[in-house]
Design a protein around this ligand. Structure first.
Ligand code: BG6
Length: 525
């Protein structure tokens, strides 16, 4: 072992590989089942930027077995060769492992094919069925099928119905498994989500449905459970007796990135809080699950979301804040305001920043405020959960004038990945001066490894049939119930003050005021 904490291990192929001591002895990747994955919306941005590179890297990492098929399905006319060229281009441009390389690429490309068609075109679905059966025969994909809905959301019900009509649903698959991954947004409001769910259940049972929230595929998000339930030192103080408040932040520097059309009908509350941020709240606030099984964890997440007190529409002014960015500077460069972005109404009322104060009405969390915020074009990219503990009960130390900070534990999700604890220490010297200091753990340097992108992890899990990191319908529905009163309250009170924060800033003043009224303040982004 070197002083840096690494051991050199002879790799099975005879080459020496350096392995971080913290990862020594770990079982290597679990291989997924042989299967076909069909990407609906294969010419879209998500497929090109995220999904194709993810599949290629799953193959590179030997998580995808040699018996696999990838079928792109979209309205854009392509043939197998042009589809392969597109996939190569997307890997060359976006893959974390660099450009596609032979011999892996040539072999990978053989497994790719394409079906052109409208999402309700029965002939195209018949063609898809034929391709799947051919792959089963020639590529050994064993009748296992994973359908990935990455089309615009209004098309989801059509694809589900067309799959059923083509006898491609799970009931008609006598050979292997059939699963469906549904991209977000799952509905644009509570009624829309219920309507979509009603279409899905006509064809798929809950165990076949994998609703993606890519935040759950991020390593530090999975580590929330490890921190809480693989340690004894945090859980005893993880409650209203010791916790003063919890802040959950998902701040971005990017604007709407050419997605103005989508974002105009979404806004920060639907786009980020309803899914990613409420999932973080559920993980940080839930009770210990009885096992690490998908349903035990999802039971607890649902339970705690059920305990979230709904905000009455008339309380939205007090318990929420919203904002929209005007022009400003991001990393020193001028950027336009939201209303000047392409495909955005110049008088738009859509919020690009949302903050809410929630209470969780149960024994563990009664009266502990959870402050949630998310926004675009803020000062820094920063997603984190900060647990702020109560003030010490009795002050012994500290020269007059020394502030004794409240302890804070921060789970850093991105761009830094790690855990930080802020506590008080004595300043060296003859007097008893107290100052806050920080203890930092960083995944990258700690484990000497770079986290795989969330989509890689999640697609691999769906292929293995592990639904732990996917959102169950009950939680999706509950999350919509939590945000609906706020959406309704905001709809009924227009926001004449928009734009109300500068791009590159900390968000709107009304958001700061919401915390000040509570005797607290936001952490700096
Ligand atoms: C998506 C939202 O779900 O998450 C985007 O639709 C947002 O608006 C993105 O930018 C943020 O994801 P990440 O992984 O970059 O934090």
């Amino acid at each position: 072992m070197s002083a840096l904490g690494t051991v050199t291990r002879p790799a099975s192929d005879g080459a020496a590989s350096a392995l971080n001591v913290l990862r020594a002895g770990l079982e290597s990747n679990r291989i997924a089942d042989p299967c076909n994955i069909v990407f609906f919306g294969a010419s879209g941005d998500l497929a090109n930027r995220m999904l194709f590179p993810a599949i290629y890297n799953l193959r590179l990492e030997d998580i995808l077995p040699t018996n696999f098929g990838v079928i792109g399905f979209s309205r854009t006319p392509e043939n197998d060769d042009s589809f392969r060229a597109n996939v190569k281009q997307s890997i060359d441009t976006y893959s974390r492992s660099g450009p596609a390389r032979d011999p892996l690429w040539s072999d990978f490309a053989r497994h790719l094919s394409y079906v052109t068609g409208d999402f309700s075109d029965s002939a195209a679905f018949a063609d898809l069925k034929r391709r799947l059966e051919e792959n089963d025969e020639h590529l050994g994909t064993a009748g296992n099928r994973l359908f990935y809905l990455s089309t615009p959301p209004q098309v989801f019900p059509k694809v589900v119905a067309a799959l059923d009509a083509a006898k491609l649903g799970p009931r008609d698959n006598g050979r292997g498994w059939t699963r469906i991954i549904v991209e977000k947004p799952f509905g644009t409001d509570l009624d829309g989500a219920r309507a979509l769910q009603a279409e899905i259940v006509k064809v798929f049972e809950e165990r076949h449905v994998y609703r993606i929230d890519h935040y759950l595929g991020k390593e530090p998000v999975q580590d929330i459970m490890a921190l809480r339930f693989a340690n004894v030192i945090f859980e005893p103080i993880w409650n209203r007796r010791y916790v003063d408040s919890i802040q959950i932040t998902a701040a971005e520097t990017v604007g709407v990135e050419g997605r103005g059309g989508y974002y105009e009908n979404a806004g920060a509350l639907r786009d980020m809080i309803q899914n990613h941020v409420l999932n973080l709240l559920a993980l940080v606030a839930m009770e210990p699950p009885v096992s690490a099984g998908a349903d035990s964890i999802r039971d607890e997440k649902f339970k705690v979301l059920s305990a979230v007190r709904l905000i009455a529409p008339e309380q939205t002014t007090k318990l929420t804040a919203r904002g929209q960015y005007g022009p400003g500077l991001i990393e020193g460069k001028p950027v336009v305001g939201y209303r000047e972005e392409p495909s955005v109404d110049p008088h738009s009322d859509t919020e690009t920043y949302a903050a809410v104060k929630l209470l969780v009405d149960n024994w563990r969390w009664a009266d502990v405020p959870f402050f949630l915020r998310s926004g675009k074009r803020l000062a820094h990219k920063n997603s984190e959960i900060a647990v702020r503990f109560r003030q010490i009960p009795h002050r012994l130390f500290g020269e007059t004038g020394d502030a004794i900070d409240q302890n804070t534990l921060v789970m850093k999700i991105q761009p830094d990945e790690g855990v930080q604890i802020r506590f008080n220490a004595k300043v060296p010297g003859p007097k008893m001066h107290i100052r806050a200091v920080t203890m930092d753990f960083n995944y990258g340097t700690g484990f000497g490894t770079v986290s795989a992108p969330a989509y890689e992890r999640l697609i691999g899990d769906a292929m293995r049939g592990d639904a732990t990191l996917f959102t169950r319908w009950d939680a999706v529905e509950r999350a919509w119930q939590i945000v609906m009163p706020v959406l309704n309250g905001w709809r009924d009170t227009p926001a004449p003050e928009f734009p109300n924060y500068l791009a590159g800033g900390q968000g709107p003043r009304t958001s700061d005021a919401m915390l000040i009224a509570d005797g607290r303040e936001w952490r700096r982004i």
